[in-house]
Design a protein. Structure first.
Length: 276
C-alpha cells in the first residue's frame, strides 16, 4: 500500500513538473528549546528563565527558502539583537550564510562564516532514507503528508563543546588519542505537500515528493508560515563560490580545534595567565 501511495505521489510530481516552470519563496519560523536540566541545582528557576530570555534570538529564528525546480537557497533573516539579549556567537552555524541545494547535480553547499573566516561546506546529496506515512494534516491551504527517518547528527554540538571546563585532566599515556566520539542519532519527522512538487525543504532536508513545510528534529521545530508562488520578480538562486571549500568532517574538526583553543585562552585568563 505504501509503495502504491509513493508511486502515485511521484506520478503527480512528475506530471506537474512537466506542465510548467515555476519558482517560489517559503518563510519558515524555527524554534529550539534549551535543555535546562544540564544545569541541575546550579541555577534557580528564575535564573533559568532569565537565561532563556537572553538566548531568545538564538533559539527563535526566521528563514527564507527560495526555490525553483532544480535548486534552492535557504537563508536566515538576520535581525539586530534587542537590548539585553545575547549577541549571536557560539553555535550560530548559519548566521550570515546560506544552504544551497542543487537537485540536478546532487550537490549541497553550506556557506557559513565562523571565527571571522568563510567556509563552503560541500556535501554530496545522497537520497535520505525516508519512511513514508499515510497520516495527513493541513498547513493553510496545503495538505501535508508525514515522513520520518533516523539519521546521524553530524552538526557541531556547541553546548557539549563549551561545557567541559572542568575536564582539564591530562591524558594518560595509554589513552588512544584518536578515539572516536559516540555517534549521535537524530529522529526526524517531516510534513511535505505534493501540491508544491519540489523535492526540497528547510535546512539540509530534501528527498520527498513535495516541498517540506515542517520539520521536527530533536528540540528544534521549523514551520512554514508563508508561501509565495511565482512572484512577479524573477528569483535568482546563485551557487556560493567565495570561501574555503571543505567537507563536513573537515569543517567540524576545524571548529572543534578552534573552539578548544578559545576555551583554553579563557581558562588562562581566569588563572591570571597570559598567552603569547
Amino acid at each position: 500500500m505504501k509503495l502504491l501511495f509513493t508511486f502515485l505521489l511521484a506520478i503527480i510530481t512528475v506530471t506537474t513538473f512537466a506542465q510548467k516552470d515555476f519558482q517560489g519563496k517559503a518563510t519558515y519560523m524555527s524554534k529550539t528549546t534549551m535543555d535546562m536540566s544540564r544545569f541541575g541545582d546550579q541555577m534557580s528557576e528564575q535564573q533559568k528563565k532569565q537565561m532563556m530570555a537572553r538566548f531568545k534570538n538564538f533559539l527563535e529564528k526566521n528563514y527564507t527558502l527560495s526555490f525553483n525546480k532544480t535548486a534552492s537557497s535557504f537563508k536566515e533573516d538576520v535581525k539586530l539583537d534587542a537590548p539585553g539579549t545575547t549577541a549571536r556567537r557560539w553555535g550560530n552555524n548559519n548566521g550570515q550564510g546560506s544552504i544551497y541545494k542543487n537537485l540536478k547535480d546532487r550537490e549541497m553547499i553550506e556557506d557559513v562564516e565562523q571565527f571571522s573566516k568563510r567556509f563552503l561546506v560541500v556535501e554530496q546529496m545522497d537520497q535520505p532514507k525516508w519512511e513514508m506515512g499515510m497520516e495527513t494534516k493541513k498547513n493553510g491551504q496545503y495538505t501535508c503528508y508525514k515522513a520520518t527517518m533516523v539519521k546521524v547528527d553530524n552538526k557541531v554540538d556547541w553546548g557539549k563543546m563549551f561545557s567541559r571546563r572542568g575536564n582539564s585532566k591530562k591524558k594518560d599515556s595509554t589513552e588512544t588519542v584518536d578515539k572516536k566520539e559516540d555517534v549521535k542519532m537524530l529522529a526526524v519527522t517531516a510534513w511535505y505537500t505534493p501540491q508544491i512538487p519540489v523535492s526540497s525543504g528547510p535546512g539540509t532536508y530534501f528527498g520527498l515528493p513535495g516541498l517540506i513545510l515542517e520539520i521536527n528534529e530533536g528540540r528544534t521545530t521549523m514551520l512554514c508560515t508563508e508561501i509565495v508562488m511565482n512572484p512577479a520578480e524573477t528569483i535568482e538562486i546563485k551557487k556560493p563560490t567565495k570561501g574555503k571549500e571543505v567537507n563536513r568532517e573537515e569543517y567540524n574538526k576545524i571548529v572543534k580545534k578552534k573552539s578548544e583553543e578559545i576555551r583554553e585562552q579563557f581558562k588562562s585568563r581566569g588563572r591570571g595567565g597570559r598567552r603569547f
